[in-house]
Design a protein around this ligand. Structure first.
Ligand code: AHR
Length: 307
């Protein structure tokens, strides 16, 4: 396979090899329903595309992802794809991949680097826009004053940073909407529950929960119920993802609004990987298409929801 990876020119480490293409994929972890669906999509699509997949789960730790990427470089895979757990701290390992002439594709989450020649393309959602959609719903569907608590995703992760940013930008139009507390629940159900329990003690006057994903929102629902309040009524809940469990809670009236984040990136990723390895030009950014859901829309969508 000949490639002009990362502007490096020349040929890949596998030049002269024949047979199927090998991809090393360094996954974030298994923190949420979204992630499980994303992993499944990547594994299935690799199979369908005839790509040999080497897969690793970093358990939400950057050092594990770096180790996995280094091992893929050593194994001389044809292409490396990964979803960076946090935004910063990738330049060194990406430079190693570039020097080994192995192209890198970012999926789902971006890196924060001044050098965009360290990767070929970034396939994934516009997280700022997701945050904006959540903020817009709140602006349109509440009357002030509104006390919000925010369950942030993993500290330093692109979706946590961007979903916060987009949300804050939209609610700035309504000074009577106030974020009273904001803390990371690490994108997990247990994290969301724990942080919400603490929020309910420190801010008993909370009106709205903005959770950066469904799992944390579902954890918050448990905490709200345990505190004797009704989720969706006493405390409104906005989340991001639209996985089945979240959609069910939305249909049941326990969540009020969900901004979709699409985890089914596998087919597009495999297509991009083949092109990149063949030296074809690919767009530097591929944005995933997404929608939003009200309870009524969730009821309609649920029977066909794949994940
Ligand atoms: O990067 C995407 C985010 O990561 C999803 O919204 C969240 O559920 C996952 O853990």
């Amino acid at each position: 396979a000949t490639l002009t990876a990362c502007g490096s020119g020349g040929t890949s480490a596998k030049d002269g090899d024949s047979g199927e293409l090998t991809m090393g994929f360094a996954q974030v972890g298994a923190e949420s329903g979204w992630r499980t669906a994303n992993t499944k999509s990547i594994q299935q699509s690799a199979k369908t595309a005839g790509i040999e997949l080497k897969f690793s789960d970093a358990q939400q730790k950057q050092e594990n992802q770096i180790k996995a990427i280094r091992s893929y470089i050593q194994q001389k895979v044809d292409v490396i794809a990964f979803s960076p757990v946090v935004e910063t701290g990738w330049d060194a390992v990406l430079l190693e991949a570039k020097r080994a002439r192995i192209p890198v594709i970012l999926t789902d989450r971006a890196v924060d680097s001044d050098d965009d020649t360290l990767y070929e393309t970034f396939l994934g959602s516009d997280f700022v826009e997701e945050g904006e959609k959540a903020g817009e719903w709140l602006v349109q569907n509440t009357e002030g004053p509104v006390n919000v608590v925010e369950l942030q995703g993993t500290t330093g992760a692109a979706p946590a940073i961007d979903r916060k940013k987009g949300f804050e930008e939209k609610i700035a139009a309504r000074p009577d909407i106030k974020i009273k507390a904001s803390q990371s629940g690490d994108f997990t159900r247990s994290g969301g529950k724990q942080v919400m329990e603490a929020f309910l003690r420190s801010h008993p006057d909370v009106d709205v929960v903005y959770a950066h994903n469904d799992d944390m929102g579902l954890g918050a629902i448990e905490a709200i119920k345990a505190a004797g309040k009704k989720p969706g009524e006493d405390i409104k809940i906005i989340t991001v993802d639209a996985v089945k469990d979240g959609m069910q809670a939305l249909a049941d009236g326990e969540i009020n609004y969900i901004v979709e984040c699409n985890p089914l990136l596998g087919d597009q990723l495999m297509e991009l990987a083949k092109k990149v390895v063949d030296g074809e030009k690919v767009p530097k950014r591929v944005v995933t298409e997404e929608t939003t859901f009200t309870p009524e829309q969730a009821k309609k969508a649920l029977p066909d929801r794949q994940y």
